[in-house]
Ligand binder design. Structure first.
Ligand SMILES: Cc1cc2nc3c(=O)[nH]c(=O)nc-3n(C[C@H](O)[C@H](O)[C@H](O)COP(=O)(O)OP(=O)(O)OC[C@H]3O[C@@H](n4cnc5c(N)ncnc54)[C@H](O)[C@@H]3O)c2cc1C
Length: 496
C-alpha cells in the first residue's frame, strides 16, 4: 500500500464512460475538486453506438462538446427504420416528427464509442477533473456507516487510498463496487436475451435521406440491429432469446452467419459486405444478462449512475441516454449536497425517483414492443399510454424513443435552457443591483455569492415576480419532490 495519504477530493468518480465523464465534468464545472479513475487506457472499445437527440443536443451541449461532435464527422441519424411487428414492410420514424426536437435537434449520431467516449473524457479533463487511466478501483472506504473514498491500484500495480465527500460508481455493467450501496442487482426475466455482434465493411445503406438510420429487423429467433457507423463500417448484432444460448456458444463466426441467413433483410444488406477481422472491430462479441436494476441507487456518500445502476435493452438505444441523463441528475444531487449537506437525502431521493421514472418508461414501453404480433400503430398508442402524453400517438412514441419524455428542458433544447438561465441571473443581478460573474461557456454561476441566494425561497419569489415562469418552469415529478434550480445544476424546492 502506498504511503500517499493526502488524496482528498470533493468527489471521486469510478469509470470514464459517458456516465462517469458527464457526472465528473458537471460537478467540476461548479468549482468542485473531482478525481476520475478509469481502469482502461482510452480509447477503449465499448458497445452502444446509436445515440438519441437528448444526449447529442441536450447533455452534450451542456457539456460544451457540440462543436467537437460536429467536427468528429459522426454519421447523422434522423431516426429509425424497423421491420418489426405484424407489418411485413419496414416502417420509418423521424425525430423531426416531434415538436420537442427542433430543427437541429431532430438529428442524433451513430458513433464509434472509442471516439465519442474519448471526447467526453478529454472534456472532463479540460473542465478541471483529474483523470487517471489504467487505474482500477478495488473497493470503497467506509467510515461510521458512510462511504468516504476508494481503494485503487494504479498502472504500476501500486495500491492507494483516496478519500472524498461523495463517491460516484459509474463503472458500468462490470462494476465491482455497486453492491456497496446495498440491495441486490435484480435481473429481468423478460429481457433475458443474448447479443452476438460484429462489424462489417461494404454493407448496403437505406435510401437517402435515411441512410444514417438505425435499422432493426425482427426474425424468428429475435432481432438484428444494423447501425451505419461510417459510409463503410456497419455494426451488426443479433439479439436472441436465452433459449438460443447453445447456438451462439461454440463457433461465433458460424453462429452469426447462420443467424444472418435466417433474417432476409439483414442478409440482403450484407450480401456484398466483408466482416472486419482485425483491430478492435475484429472480434465477434457476446453480451448476456445485461438487463437489470439495482434495488438501491444511493446511500450516504455514494451514488450509482448509468449502467452501474440499471440497463434495460438495446432495442431503442436508450443506454447512453440513461447514462448521461442520470449523470446530469446525479451531478445536481452532488452539487446540492456539497453546498448544504442537510439537503442530501432530499437531493438523492430526487435523483433516484427521476432515474427510476425514466427507466420505467422505457421498460414498460419495451415490454409491449416485444409483442411482435402488433401493428406499429399499436406501439405508438402504447407510447402515448406509458408517457401519459397529450401529443399524438406517433409524436408520443418519437418523444419517448428520442429521450425527450421526461419534460426536462435540458434534454431537448439545451441551448435555450442555458440562455434562459443566464438571462434569469442577469435579471436577478439587476434586481439586487450587484453584478453576476458569468464564466464563459462553463456558466459557473453558482460560485457567485449572489447566485447562491437564488435557491432561497425569498429570492426565488422575487425572481419569479420579475421574470415570470422562467424561475420555476419545472413542476415536481412527485409529491414533495424537488425541481431543477435556476442554474440547472442543483435541485431546489418549488416555490410555495
Ligand atoms: C448488446 C448491447 C447493445 C447496446 N447498444 C446500445 C446503443 O445502440 N445505444 C446506446 O445508447 N446504448 C446501447 N447499449 C448500452 C450502452 O452500452 C451502455 O448503456 C453505456 O455504455 C453505459 O455507459 P456507462 O458510462 O454507464 O458505462 P460504460 O460505458 O460501461 O463505462 C464504464 C467505464 O468504467 C470503467 N471501469 C469498470 N470497472 C472499473 C474499475 N473497477 N475501476 C475503474 N474503472 C472501471 C470501464 O473500463 C468503462 O470505461 C447497448 C448495450 C448492450 C449490452
Amino acid at each position: 500500500m502506498s504511503a500517499e495519504n493526502a488524496l482528498e477530493y470533493d468527489v471521486i468518480v469510478v469509470g470514464g464512460g459517458p456516465a462517469g465523464s458527464t457526472t465528473a465534468a458537471l460537478v467540476a464545472m461548479q468549482g468542485h475538486n473531482v478525481l476520475l479513475l478509469e481502469k482502461e487506457q482510452f480509447p477503449r472499445y465499448q458497445i452502444g453506438e446509436s445515440l438519441l437527440p437528448s444526449t447529442v443536443h441536450g447533455i452534450c451541449q451542456l457539456l460544451g462538446v457540440s462543436e467537437e461532435l460536429r467536427e468528429a464527422g459522426f454519421m447523422p441519424k434522423r431516426g429509425g427504420t424497423f421491420r418489426w411487428g405484424s407489418n411485413p414492410e419496414p416502417w420509418t420514424f423521424s425525430f423531426s416528427i416531434s415538436s420537442k426536437f427542433s430543427t437541429e435537434a431532430s438529428t442524433a449520431y451513430q458513433v464509434e464509442r472509442m471516439k465519442f467516449d474519448q471526447i467526453l473524457l478529454d472534456n472532463a479533463r479540460r473542465k478541471g477533473v483529474e483523470v487517471r487511466e489504467r487505474t482500477s478501483v478495488t473497493d470503497v472506504v467506509e467510515d461510521d456507516g458512510r462511504v468516504c473514498g476508494v481503494h485503487f491500484t494504479d498502472a504500476d500495480g501500486v495500491r492507494h487510498t483516496a478519500r472524498s465527500r461523495y463517491l460516484v460508481d459509474a463503472s458500468g455493467h462490470k462494476s465491482r463496487i455497486h453492491q456497496r450501496v446495498g440491495g441486490k442487482r435484480l435481473y429481468s426475466e423478460f429481457f433475458r436475451n443474448i447479443a452476438l455482434f460484429g462489424y462489417y465493411t461494404g454493407g448496403k445503406r437505406l435510401p437517402a435521406p435515411n441512410q444514417g438510420n438505425i435499422l432493426a429487423a425482427a426474425f424468428d429467433s429475435g432481432w438484428f440491429w444494423y447501425i451505419p457507423l461510417t459510409d463503410e463500417l456497419t455494426s451488426v448484432g443479433a439479439v436472441v432469446r436465452q433459449a438460443e444460448l447453445e447456438r451462439v456458444q461454440g463457433d461465433r463466426e458460424k453462429a452469426l452467419s447462420k443467424l444472418i441467413d435466417e433474417c432476409p433483410l439483414i442478409a440482403e444488406y450484407l450480401a456484398d459486405a466483408q466482416r472486419v477481422t482485425d483491430g478492435p472491430y475484429g472480434e465477434i462479441r457476446i453480451r448476456k444478462d445485461y438487463s437489470y436494476s439495482k434495488e438501491a441507487f444511493w446511500r450516504p456518500g455514494m451514488v450509482l449512475t448509468g449502467d452501474a445502476a440499471c440497463f434495460i435493452d438495446p432495442v431503442f438505444s436508450s443506454g447512453v441516454h440513461l447514462a448521461t441523463y442520470s449523470a446530469m441528475m446525479a451531478a445536481r444531487s452532488i452539487n446540492t449536497s456539497l453546498r448544504d449537506q442537510t439537503q442530501e437525502t432530499a437531493a438523492f431521493e430526487e435523483y433516484e425517483a427521476r432515474y427510476r421514472k425514466e427507466y420505467a418508461l422505457f421498460h414498460d414501453f419495451l415490454v409491449a414492443f416485444y409483442d411482435m404480433h402488433q401493428h406499429e400503430d399499436s406501439y405508438f398508442w402504447n407510447a402515448k399510454k406509458v408517457t401519459n402524453n397529450t401529443a399524438s400517438e406517433l409524436e408520443s412514441f418519437v418523444e419517448l424513443v428520442g429521450g425527450g419524455a421526461s419534460n426536462e428542458g435540458a434534454l431537448v433544447d439545451a441551448g435555450s435552457y442555458l440562455t434562459e438561465r443566464a438571462s434569469a441571473f442577469e435579471e436577478l443581478s439587476q434586481i439586487v443591483q450587484r453584478p453576476v460573474h458569468v464564466e464563459g461557456e462553463d456558466r459557473n454561476l453558482l460560485q457567485a455569492s449572489l447566485a447562491r441566494s437564488v435557491v432561497k425561497a425569498g429570492a426565488r419569489i422575487q425572481v419569479q415576480a420579475v421574470i415570470g415562469e422562467n424561475a420555476d418552469e419545472q413542476t415536481p415529478v412527485r409529491p414533495g419532490g424537488l425541481i431543477p434550480s435556476l442554474d440547472g445544476m442543483h435541485w431546489t424546492w418549488p416555490a410555495a
